[in-house]
Design a protein around this ligand. Structure first.
Ligand code: FAD
Ligand code: UDP
Length: 376
């Protein structure tokens, strides 16, 4: 045993990097390893043609916590980007999230009262009892027109499952508003780091030992031997060699394209909500930072079933998987020197602000400090 490090941190994503930064600040020696060839996990940006490309899908930082907003702004300045995706359903365009603009585009209703009556009428023809799945939840919230045009096709492509087999909570992420407000989020603070997300992680990891192209699972005995404690942000089922079976994830294929034109779609995010188009959305990266380069870069996002050979982007938090996760969680509670955290180890559909908040909470717990952080 050669405890050169206090913490071996597996994963140079937002959770691992926040933890490493805070532990280092408290005098601890950390080694961060990542199996990828770069830091920053899924918030990684590649600069191509002067444009910060969101390599692993569109990332918009949003939070209602002043504390978390101030924290991330202490690493980098954020711009005023507000996410306002457009939905393309069979060639017709609609504003998202569902708001007065969308209701006007669908039904030509012009006032909130008329929109509410229209939605009431739409909902009344569907089941009224407590929704048991995403389809019932959506129909009881917004009715058939919105569900069939803007939700069902996108959702079933995204998750590779019938909407009747998906948990209702997924759709509760989307606001419904009776104002002409296309802001996708209800949070008080939102933006994109000026110069890209890597800046945050580079600052967090400055001066900390980092080893890339290093898979913890393949080098476990050696790596365990050099640190007193491990912070694991990879897949919890893989950590335990899938002993109770594999958790299900949803994967993605990103098809990036450089186009010789300044502006392809006029918006950062356009969702394709029909079931026939094989991708869910097209991202045009320059619009996240109001770029005016001569060229543009777009990314088509194709949902994929996860296998052990591709990336686990989304946990599938249905009943079956949550039950299996609980068994792994029980095992993890018995670990003396391993801390689990982040989207993969907690098997939760966390956003970035959750991950930062949870890492700060964990630090407070480990270092026995008082922390009253509201992570939502
Ligand atoms: P990750 O970023 O996944 O980092 C984990 C790291 O661990 C990875 O780098 C991985 O390579 C490494 N690793 C795993 N296993 C091992 C191993 N065995 N050995 C070594 N290294 C290992 N959040 C928002 O707030 N806003 C958004 O708009 C948003 N959009 C998203 C869009 C997409 C397509 C996706 C997939 C996620 C999105 N998120 C968004 C969520 C956001 O990406 C996560 O909340 C956050 O990045 C999670 O950080 P993490 O450190 O937990 O995980
Ligand atoms: N969703 C939808 N239509 C859309 C966008 C989203 O039905 O045009 C549903 C879909 O089920 C998706 C969920 O809302 O999985 C959450 O969407 P969000 O944009 O928050 O997903 P993420 O960016 O995390 O992929």
């Amino acid at each position: 045993m050669n405890n050169k490090y206090d913490f071996l941190i597996v994963g140079a994503g937002l959770y691992g990097s926040t933890f490493a930064y805070e532990a280092t600040k408290r005098g601890k020696k950390c080694l961060v390893v990542d199996k990828r060839n770069h830091i920053a996990g899924n918030i990684y940006n590649e600069n191509i043609e002067g444009i910060n490309v969101h390599t692993y899908g569109a990332h918009i930082f949003h939070t209602s916590s002043r504390r978390i907003w101030d924290y991330v702004n202490s690493f980098v300045e954020f711009n005023r980007y507000t996410n306002s995706p457009i939905a393309n359903y069979k060639g017709d365009l609609y504003n998202l999230p569902f708001n007065m603009n969308t209701f006007y585009q669908l039904w030509k209703v012009k006032t909130p009262d008329d929109a509410r009556s229209k939605i009431e009428e739409q909902i009344s023809s569907h089941i009224k009892k407590a929704p048991r799945n995403l389809e019932e939840q959506a129909l009881s919230l917004v009715g058939g027109d919105i569900y069939y045009k803007l939700i069902k096709g996108y959702t079933e492509k995204q998750w590779g499952r019938k909407a009747t087999e998906l948990p209702a909570f997924i759709i509760k992420r989307l606001p419904i508003r009776f104002t002409f407000d296309n802001n996708y989020f209800n949070d008080n603070y939102q933006g994109i780091p000026i110069g890209g997300y890597n800046k945050i992680i580079e600052k967090m990891l400055a001066g900390i030992d980092v080893e890339l192209n290093t898979n913890y699972i393949h080098n476990r005995p050696t790596l365990d031997n050099i640190a007193k404690n491990v912070v694991f942000t990879g897949m919890i089922d893989e950590f335990y060699d899938y002993r109770f079976g594999a958790l299900e994830y949803r994967s993605l294929k990103f098809e990036h394209e450089i186009l010789d034109m300044p502006n392809y779609q006029g918006n950062a995010v356009v969702n394709y909500t029909d079931s026939e188009t094989p991708f869910t959305r097209i991202i045009e990266h320059k619009h996240f930072e109001f770029g005016n380069q001569d060229k543009t870069i777009i990314t088509r996002e194709y949902p994929l079933e996860w296998t052990k050979r591709n990336e686990p982007y989304y946990p599938v938090n249905d009943e079956k998987n949550d039950k299996l996760f609980k068994r792994y969680k029980e095992l993890s509670r018995k670990e003396q020197k391993v801390i689990f955290g982040g989207r993969l180890a907690d098997y939760k559909y966390y956003d970035m602000h959750h991950v930062v908040g949870l890492a700060l909470k964990k630090i407070a717990e480990v270092f026995k400090e008082k922390e009253s952080l509201d992570i939502i």
